[in-house]
Design a protein. Structure first.
Length: 142
């Protein structure tokens, strides 16, 4: 199973003055909540980007990313046949310095790695391309 969604309707004010909207990503049996900043991107911007990212995998792209904080955090995915591998990534200024024009920088997603530079295994989840199709079908019907 794959799903990414907002679970609150209204953003909440954070202690340091920014607005955040709670969301959840589901990868098989794993679930994680995230707090997406709203302001630079709206709820609709996130939702539009998530659909675009999913559609990329069903077309010809072998990798994509789903932002949970624009140009800061995203869940990257690599397609391998009917299998899809998922990592959560932090975008540092060294990896991406802009432009910040609303266009997701899919081109910076590197080849999938299973271990970091220190040889430690990278956290990874596996879902299927059918899970992505089901997410799009459910999203298109709402």
């Amino acid at each position: 199973m794959f799903h990414i969604e907002f679970i609150d309707h209204e953003p909440e004010l954070q202690e340091d003055g920014w607005l955040g909207l709670w969301g959840r990503i589901t990868l098989g049996e794993y679930e994680e909540r995230f707090l997406a900043p709203v302001g630079y991107w709206s709820r609709a911007d996130y939702e539009r980007q998530w659909l675009e990212a999913a559609r990329r995998l069903l077309r010809s792209a072998d990798r994509t990313g789903f932002f949970t904080a624009p140009y800061r955090f995203w869940w990257t995915m690599w397609r391998d046949g009917e299998r899809v591998f998922v990592h959560e990534e932090l975008l540092t200024p060294e990896r991406y310095a802009g432009p910040y024009d609303g266009t997701p920088p899919y081109q910076i997603i590197e080849d999938r790695a299973t271990h970091n530079d220190e040889g430690e295994q990278i956290s990874e989840w596996e879902i299927s391309l059918q899970d992505i199709r089901a997410y799009l079908n459910a999203s298109d019907s709402t």
